[in-house]
Design a protein around this ligand. Structure first.
Ligand SMILES: [Zn+2]
Length: 177
């Protein structure tokens, strides 16, 4: 598995100069190092996990999101494979595994789970144009959830909106109806 630290460091559990520098500068975190060590052990039991690349870990007070290359999750979970559970045990935090995707619906479904969204609407809102006399519009994406799903949200709405922005680059707004 490709992780935030080099293969040598993940194997030995000690950090080389390059990886230590990344840690000191904040480019990577202790969480990344912990996950890399778990990844090495995991791969010994589940060799297919070698196909996986961890692109990014995003740590929040209530959970850790691990962003993976597309198609990765099937090598990490299912059957006896329990990569997420191992990381949860080590970090004492909920872990969400997520594959990078350009499909906004997929990204949103994943980030908002276990809450179920009922729809995504794109509306066009008029904005002030830089050139007078030329009307201008901006796309706005609204995520709609039934009120009953509110309590199932895995984090605050602000946090979820920020995560969607980070992963897909899209600005969203959340509405309950
Ligand atoms: Zn290293």
């Amino acid at each position: 598995m490709k992780t935030a630290i080099c293969a040598f460091c993940a194997q030995t559990g000690m950090l080389c100069k390059d990886c230590q520098t990344k840690l000191n500068s904040g480019e990577i975190t202790e969480t990344d190092v912990t996950i890399a060590k778990i990844a090495v052990e995991f791969e010994k039991e589940f060799p297919n996990a070698a196909k996986v690349t961890i692109l990014k870990t995003i740590e929040r007070p209530s959970f850790v999101l691990i962003l993976l290359t597309p198609g990765s999750i099937r090598f990490l979970t299912g059957g006896r494979a329990d990569f997420d559970v191992r990381v949860e045990r080590a970090l004492h935090k909920k872990v969400k595994l997520m594959e990078k995707s350009k499909n906004l619906r997929k990204v949103v479904d994943n980030i908002f789970a276990p809450a179920l969204i009922s729809g995504i609407n794109t509306i066009f809102v008029p904005v002030r144009s830089p050139k007078p006399g030329q009307p201008s519009v901006e796309e706005e994406t609204i995520i709609i959830l039934p009120e009953a799903e509110r309590e199932k949200l895995p984090a605050s709405i602000d946090e979820l909106v920020a995560l969607v922005k980070l992963i897909s680059g899209e600005d969203i707004r959340v509405e309950f109806r």
